[in-house]
Ligand binder design. Sequence first.
Ligand code: ZN
Length: 563
Amino acid sequence: MKFSQIPYKRPSIEAYATTFLALLTQFDKADSFLEQDSIFQKLYEHRDEFDTMFQLAQMKCDADTTNEAMQDETGYFNTVLPKTEELETAFYKSLVKAQFKDQLKEKWGAHIFNIASNKIKGFSPEIMDDLVQENQLSSEYTRVIGSISIELNGKDYNLTGLEKLFVDKDRSIRKKASSAKWNALAEKQEKLDSIYDDLVNVRHKMARKLGFENFIELRYIKMDRIDYNPEMVATFREQVIKHIGPIVQKLNNRHKKRLGYDHIFEYDRQFQFNSGDPSPKYQPEEILKKGRDMYASLSVETEEFFNHMMKNELLDVINRPGKAMAAYCWELSKYRHPYIFACFNGTSNDIKVLTHEAGHAFQYYCSREALIEYRWPSFEAAEIHAMSMEYLTYPWMNNFFNEDVEKYFFSHISKSMNSLLFNCSGDHFQHIVYENPTMTPNERATVWRDLEKNYLPTKDFDDCDFLENGRYWQWIRHLYKYPFYLIDYALAQICALQYWQKNQKDKNGAWADYLNICKAGGTLPFLELVKKGNLRSPFDPGCVQMVAESVDKYLDSIDDSNF
Ligand code: ZN
């Protein structure tokens, strides 16, 4: 079914719960495997129906933010989602003690039982009100950030709109835009501090109610981090500082040299080349057409996938007034459709949507007939699928960037080096924050600034008080809305870069490995997926170093003086 033909109707939570609980009773009482398995599948169909309406409401809301009726619908889901979590937890409780558990395990795989036991540990009806409060705080953060309006040279900008001024050739414009941005955020600082403080408190409270030491333990369980722990993550971060830090230092020196500056300030950071950023040379419709050709020539699987996306209107990427400034890949469960939402803006970001978000979507497409919990893997694994697609499509990038293609590769890989350090520092910050939930907002800011100096010593804020006082992070939505997600990008990047390496020597081998983990979807925990994809674990001693050395060698081989 095409996206525009899918009808929306608000599902009643009461009716949903009644049917859900009736099916669950039948599941508990089933007296043969066949019967239990058939009710098991009916429960999944029932969940798919409800989830699809939630997904559709959110997508329609993002597609037209002026649609107030749809805003009401997403508001409705905010209030009823904790109830669905309660129902799902009841299902998981029945599942782990099911009479025909062994046969279910044989048919559906063991990992669903790992996931079920984590879901049980991570929920209790006692935290229902806290979950609602967490949702509300998260929406409030989006509202505060979204409401920021900046007047500059007679024009109004929101934070996203302002971004293009940070790559303006005129340094004074960049500087002006930058002060305007940080001043606008500084005006909201008290509000942003208090939202974060409330979030930390409510998260800590939930963790304690569920019997955990702190929110870190709870969050690892909720993110299904089954085969690694905070100590391993801390060692990984140290490896990144040690081996990626010097690369970023070298890149910073080359950046200065290219621009002819003595010093790179925060407002220069995104302006990488005097000749401008590498950008695609084509209009959105043409980019999509070239995307279709690219996926047709990459593999039979990607050809089928991309045609499915186009035919069913599952790529809403062309910009128009009223669209939310967001980029994501999601699903319409009942129809097994992946869905990509973004706003093309003529920058290299458009190609990122076409590769990164399409990587997520392709993995979903490969595992779309699996159980709900297996259609997506845990986040760090999902980001491998997405980031690797950015690299595996390198051989086609000349079709989009023409003469700028080398500059694009150089810029893409340089950015990923910076992100590795940033994501690790943001992760370190969150471990300290949630380990010490009684810290004041000012103490947290001091922690941030200290970490920033350690991870990203080349950052220079040119006396901007807001940043010097350690509040850069307040515009990063992950820190408010998706706690502990940042490290997932870093872990995945180290894996994706291994496909980048392999793709240069053995294209077919790299593709086969990648396809393997796309098909595995979420049936395995992170480190087992890594193994299945013939990748070295990012936690392996020496792995970060191995990746860093080959990136360093590549960057050294590029003459960027003419970019
Ligand atoms: Zn992603």
